[in-house]
Ligand binder design. Structure first.
Ligand SMILES: Cc1ncc(COP(=O)(O)O)c(C=O)c1O
Length: 331
């Protein structure tokens, strides 16, 4: 084969660093996204650190293997929304993966509230992680003796208000939701690559979210949200066994449906059911309740957020404004 100019090796250059490596700034000095909080304080194992100094070991299995669990929690108007439910789910995730959370639920509640106070926020988002902790390079969690607790407070607004008025577009992705027998989606683990792969597909397709199916070809959930459809005045959502997280917001939709006297059922849902639905919406702590108006190029209903979705959103917003665990004594 003829050797081209580009492939000829100049041996005198082999040990020289490349120009890119020399001029590239250190990671610390690169511009990067932040929590959005001025002088943020991040909780790690009982102490608060500035954002620049909040660090974990490269030997933490949370980093090496995605071995750990997390919760995403919202607080509104000086109150943490559904904190107890989030902590119960965190403890369930921990139990499922044999991870011992190194503090009581009461102390965790106080740590969450204290982190929000330290960051002087009344509205925002908490990311609470428990990592397996430092071990060796082998994956055996038995080597990790001390799990780490990290709590990050951030400001948040995922979707612009116009999305709630106009609705989202979703596409079905080829990436299947993890089979519960392999890695149960009911565990909110630090291993989100399955969801990330689906999110990449949505990005490449120019859609707002990816609809993930399970191995049977039924709807499981979206990358960070549960899925609901409405047909002839009734609400339907896939059961947890279809491969969905037991979403806290999902549970609230059941409460609201009860209050409004709307029948709601867990049932296997196909893509066809989504295409012919009168309405569709997604639920999640970050997204809250957001209408979907197009799936795989088909308009859902008349292509506008429907009446049941709109009523459910309105009631949900009332609940977020009026309920929750007070952060400050005066709340
Ligand atoms: C995969 C997945 N499904 C659903 C949800 C919605 O759950 P929740 O309403 O508790 O935020 C989330 C968000 O946490 C998620 O990550």
């Amino acid at each position: 084969m003829k050797t081209t100019e580009a492939t000829v090796l100049d041996e005198s250059k082999i040990h020289e660093p490349t120009a890119v490596a020399v001029v590239e700034p250190a990671i610390e000095s690169r511009p990067r996204p932040t929590t959005g909080v001025k002088e943020a304080k991040i909780y790690i194992d009982g102490k608060f650190y500035s954002e620049a100094n909040a660090k974990v070991s490269v030997l933490d299995h949370g980093l090496l293997y995605g071995d750990g669990i997390f919760e995403g929690i919202r607080f509104y108007n000086g109150r943490v929304f559904r904190l107890e439910e989030h902590l119960n789910r965190l403890w369930d995730s921990a139990r499922s993966i044999c991870l011992e959370i190194p503090m009581t639920m009461r102390d965790m509640t106080e740590a969450v509230l204290d982190t929000i106070r330290q960051n002087r926020l009344r509205d925002g988002y908490i990311r609470l992680l428990v990592t397996r902790g430092v071990g060796n390079l082998g994956l055996n969690p038995a080597e990790c003796k001390y799990p780490s607790v990290i709590i990050i407070a951030a400001t948040i607004a995922l979707y612009h208000e116009s999305f709630y008025r106009k609705g989202l577009t979703i596409v079905t992705c080829a990436t299947r939701r993890s089979n519960p027998a392999a890695l149960n989606p009911a565990v909110k683990s630090l291993n989100y690559l399955n969801n990330v792969m689906a999110r990449i597909e949505a990005n490449l397709a120019g859609a707002d979210e990816a609809l993930m199916l399970n191995d049977a070809g039924n709807v499981a959930e979206c990358t960070a949200d549960n899925v609901f459809i409405i047909k002839r005045g009734q609400i339907f959502t896939p059961p947890i066994t279809a491969g969905a997280l037991r979403g806290i917001t999902r549970g609230i939709v059941f409460e609201i449906a009860g209050e409004l006297g709307i029948k709601i059922s867990e049932i296997d849902i196909t893509r066809h059911d989504v295409f012919v639905a009168d309405e569709c919406f997604l639920t999640g702590t970050v997204a809250e309740i957001v209408p979907v108006v197009k799936a795989d190029g088909r308009l859902i209903g008349n292509g506008k957020p429907g009446p049941i979705t709109t009523r459910t959103i309105a009631r949900f917003r009332e609940m977020t404004r009026e309920t929750g665990t007070p952060i400050f004594a005066e709340s």
